[in-house]
Design a protein around this ligand. Structure first.
Ligand code: SAM
Length: 182
């Protein structure tokens, strides 16, 4: 309940940046993370961590030697994440993805898991961020994201050869989960 309240406060402050009124449900978290090969993950990135529903599951599952970098733009949510997940590398702006990897002496990530409200970004920002994500992914890496409509699908298809889409109807609101790879 506290999590929902935190989320709602941030939503009321900045609805476009939040992109949703509810944190991710366990059904959504499971659909996002179920295919990850944790043993073979050197680096994993989360974009738009919000209240940390996805973050918590990544923290529980990743290996001790995996680098986990988590981005959250909202100041209040960011500070809470820093306190709750002290072992995780916290960053702010997802648009600084490549620079953050470089800061940790990494150029690529095996998985990039995004809760970002892409549909609220301008077309240019969608393009810029997807290009950066593609550059930041290992050759066999995966971008995993969810959206509340299929609006982003043509742009995802332009950047990735394989798109696997599932519908998570148990989430509020129901969401499309994409696993994108080349
Ligand atoms: C749909 S919410 C995240 C939901 C999250 N999975 C949860 O369960 O709480 C999207 C999040 O993306 C964050 N966000 C939006 N633009 C961002 C950016 N450029 N960089 C980092 N985070 C961003 C928002 O502040 C918001 O917390």
């Amino acid at each position: 309940m506290v999590k929902h309240w935190q989320f709602l406060r941030s939503f009321l402050r900045s609805p476009k940046t939040m992109g949703s009124v509810m944190p991710s449900s366990r059904y959504l978290v499971s659909a996002l993370l179920s295919g990850i090969n944790w043993q073979k993950t050197d680096v994993i990135v989360e974009l738009g961590a919000g209240t940390g529903a996805v973050t918590e599951s990544i923290v529980k599952q990743h290996s001790a030697d995996t680098l986990f970098i988590c981005f959250e733009f909202d100041q209040e949510l960011h500070q809470r994440l820093v306190k709750r997940f002290p072992e995780t590398e916290m960053a702010y702006d997802a648009f600084k993805l490549l620079a953050s990897l470089k800061k940790h002496n990494k150029t690529q990530s095996n998985y990039i898991v995004s809760s970002l409200p892409f549909a609220n970004f301008s077309k240019t920002d969608q393009q810029v961020l997807l290009e950066q994500i593609k550059e930041a992914l290992a050759a066999d890496g995966q971008l995993i994201l969810y959206q509340y409509s299929k609006q982003l699908e043509p742009l995802l298809a332009k950047h990735f050869q394989k798109l696997d889409r599932r519908y998570v109807w148990q989430n509020i609101p129901p969401a499309y989960v994409y696993h994108c790879s080349n």
